[in-house]
Write a protein that binds this ligand. Sequence first.
Ligand SMILES: [Zn+2]
Length: 483
Amino acid sequence: MYLYNSATRKKEEFQTHTPGRVEMYTCGPTVYHFAHIGNLRSYVMEDVLEKFLRWSGYDVDRVMNITDVGHLSSDADTGEDKMLKGARREHKTVMEIAQYYTDAFFADCAKLNIKIPDVVQPATGLIPEFITMVQGLLDKGYAYVAGGNVYFDTSKLSRYYIFNEHDEEDLAVGVREGVEEDGNKRNKADFVLWFTKSKFEDQALKWDSPWGVGYPGWHIECSAISLKYNGEYLDLHCGGIDNAFPHHTNEIAQSESYLGHPWCKQWFHVHHLVTPEGKMSKSKGEFLTVSLLEEKGYDPLAYRFFCLQSHYRKALVFTWENLDNAQGAYNKLIARIAALTPGGGEVDQAVLQAQREKFAKAMGNDLNTSLGVTALYDALKVKANDETKLAILADLDRVLSLSLLEKAAAKREADAKAKESSAASGGITVTGEGDPAIDALVLQRAQAKKAKNFAEADRIRDELKAQGIEVVDTKDGAVWRRV
Ligand SMILES: [Zn+2]
């Protein structure tokens, strides 16, 4: 497989430290609010990557953190604590907030068919490990104590900026937002490993440490959690592109200084979901969540389908019109699969194998999911029996996770039921706005009409009219609506 590596800015052949095994780490959510669908785009694409690796025969050990402490509202160690802000807003404790939004995050993941990683570690559960790592960095001379906090000394590194599309100027963002610059830092890029002094006095969660009572910086949690569960050599680190700097840059600085050898080989960054107005955020514009999509009548899997139709290294523009198109295309795809007849004949293994190879080639070229989706349409067109087509679709859906066969089976069943009830009413179909009493009257009228009892048909029509119901006879049956 070839994958673009943000650290080298090249598409490279995917290699692992231990052959056949992938140690994979994903930056998890900061659980102070619902995830917006832009955040979830990253998790969808990372999920496809993990499933494709497994489908290709790798053992994958995937680890994710939950940031339930210490992430400030600016990535550059300044601003308010996001968790505390959430707790104040909702009059709950910080841990109540963390649990509530962790559960909400996984509920969203389930709706989007995102698999839960093998290990999910909340940051608050691993404080001793963070302290050990901070102490190790101090012992090795990569960190210093100033003004009560422990800082990482970036001047000790020969190369700090790994992802070079970012530079020191980005660190000034917090300053421009009106937050004071931290005078304890020896170098502008230095970052906090452990806070004992912070700008807010009422920090809710604090732990004892050799440097005083305080709490860990955000970056140290990912380094320490990955080290504990993935080991000293990480093959694949994932996250949204906004995490590349400073978060991932700082993770590399800490981990390699602590370990004394290169740490992570491959960096996979998913680009932003944007609106025509710009970058999606929780604070401006409509707050787009999975629940909002559902309220508006969309299937969350249509959003997954929408994500898969474009490449993870391109910004994806979200509009309701784009989502409508994705929902329409997804429904049509399901309808085409539902039209296949299961249970007839043997699977043609040669055809299945050929389609697998085509899919592997597309997805193995820097995870080209849009070609992966095209492979589904190809499967419908192959010269083979329905059983073979269904076998191909089932196989590819192990990676794409669009619930294709389940949805098609449900549609087949719903269609069969509709046919049955149409037969029971003498072949007359009634469609309306979901009121069984009106359905029954409309059916009586249609039956009377069919029996040429026009007086009775007109009487029922007037009765319906009095209730504000209009009936139109179409070639597909009687359709009623409220006027
Ligand atoms: Zn992280």
